[in-house]
Design a protein around this ligand. Structure first.
Ligand code: G3I
Length: 392
């Protein structure tokens, strides 16, 4: 993505926020109260019909929304067919492993001094060649920190480690990244802190304002990128998710009151097909409250785990598809939602195979394309949600 397009995007964001905020609230008010509060589980009669043969990227773009997926260097380089599918369907890519401090067989930070950008550079180059935007994930997280960090980081050197990491990594991609997950999963009501923050090494070493500091360093390192706070567990009508939503709103209000340069909330949206306590009304209300803070919203890691569903493949695919369509129809009604990325595009490469396997050992089917890279009902559901979304 060249520089002036990025500048346009950031400035557009600055200019139109007040107007959008007004619209966002108005839309939120009209929308709330008209919808059934729960997700339909398997309903064979519900239509999955679709018109045209446009890709998800094209259907989203027609409404001013960016659609894409998490990708891994290993998968793109080992399967030309998958690379082709990603290029056709995605308007944005997010490296699933390659921009973390360490993850899988990749180490952006092999030691305290060095940075290995090669795998992430390959993905960035793949995106550039295919005119696909890039998003960065993630700079500051408690997970996927290398052994040397656990052994060497302390209250004395943590700020320098943070500054060096953000400056070097974001500087390496300055002007080439649509948005960054600057801080990931900083909240944890289970740690019972009054501010709702999770006890992470960063909090331990730097105190609660490590979040504000991270965003300020990020804004300096790449003034063009949209800076995002990314979180999970914000989706369902459960006490835990409600607590998380309130904690996120409290954090966002605190950061906005400090003038922290934050532009968006990332909602991971790792959904589970067997859970029916999704209230479109409650979720829409939350999105409206985030938008009223002048923030954009990105659905950053969307997938629908089917490991708890009965084995029947057609029933599983129908239920997963309904969850996608009901969730996205609520989310996309909020015009502050500007991007949707799934956490992988094909069941062949989902993290859920390993992290949420089925007891019957059948292959999981959480994503829009199956293991043979064929579209599933979930693809139709996402396409329909984009086709019916209001234009941004
Ligand atoms: O491939 C290696 C294997 O060779 C090694 O023996 C094994 C033991 O260390 O690790 C394997 O790599 C694992 C990799 O997944 C592949 O399974 C890593 O340890 C493990 O950390 C990695 O997990 C990733 C996880 O983030 C932690 O970074 C997942 O792939 C990835 O999908 C997941 O994504 C996160 C987002 O970044 C943040 N939101 C939640 C989301 C899901 O947890």
């Amino acid at each position: 993505m060249d520089n002036n397009k990025l500048l346009t995007r950031r400035n557009t964001l600055k200019l139109c926020l007040p107007a959008l905020v007004g619209m966002g609230t108005a839309i939120g008010a009209n929308f709330i109260g008209e919808l059934e509060p729960t997700l339909a589980l398997d309903n064979p009669k519900r239509s999955s019909s679709l018109s045209g043969n446009k890709s998800l990227k094209e259907r989203a773009a027609a409404k001013g929304i960016i659609f894409g997926s998490a990708v891994r260097y290993n998968d793109l380089t080992s399967s030309p067919g998958y690379a082709k599918l990603i290029a056709r369907e995605c308007g944005i890519l997010v490296p699933e492993w390659e921009l973390k401090w360490v993850c899988g067989d990749k180490a952006l930070r092999p030691n305290a001094r060095d940075f290995d950008f090669k795998p992430a550079d390959w993905i960035a180059d793949f995106g550039r060649k295919n005119k696909i935007l890039l998003r960065g994930h993630t700079l500051v997280w408690h997970d996927s920190l290398p052994k040397w960090f656990e052994e060497q980081a302390n209250a004395k050197n943590a700020e320098l480690l943070l500054r060096t990491h953000i400056k070097t990594v974001m500087g390496h991609y300055a002007g080439k990244v649509h948005s960054w997950d600057v801080v990931n999963e900083a909240l944890g009501w289970w740690d019972r802190r009054p501010d709702g923050l999770r006890n992470t090494p960063w909090l331990k070493f730097l105190g609660k304002d490590y979040i504000d500091l991270s965003f300020r360093l990020a804004a300096e390192a790449d003034p063009n990128a949209l800076l995002t706070y990314n979180e999970f567990g914000l989706d369902y009508n459960t006490p835990e998710d409600e607590a998380k939503r309130q904690a996120v709103l409290k954090l966002l209000r605190y950061l906005k009151s400090k003038g922290t340069p934050i532009h968006a909330l990332g909602i991971q949206a790792h959904l589970s097909a067997e859970i029916s306590t999704f209230s479109q009304q409650k979720f829409r209300k939350f999105l409206g409250e985030v938008a009223s803070l002048g923030l954009k919203i990105m659905i950053t890691e969307l997938d629908v785990a089917d490991n708890k569903l009965p084995l029947d493949l057609r029933k599983r695919d129908r239920t997963v598809a309904r969850v996608y369509e009901d969730y996205l129809s609520a989310a996309l009604d909020e015009k502050a939602v500007i991007m949707v990325t799934t956490w992988g595009l094909s069941d062949r490469y989902t993290w859920l195979s390993e992290f949420a396997p089925r007891k019957d050992r059948a292959a999981v089917r959480p994503l829009p394309f199956d293991r043979n890279l064929q579209p599933k009902l979930a693809w139709n559901a996402i396409a329909r949600a984009f086709d019916r979304a209001p234009k941004r």
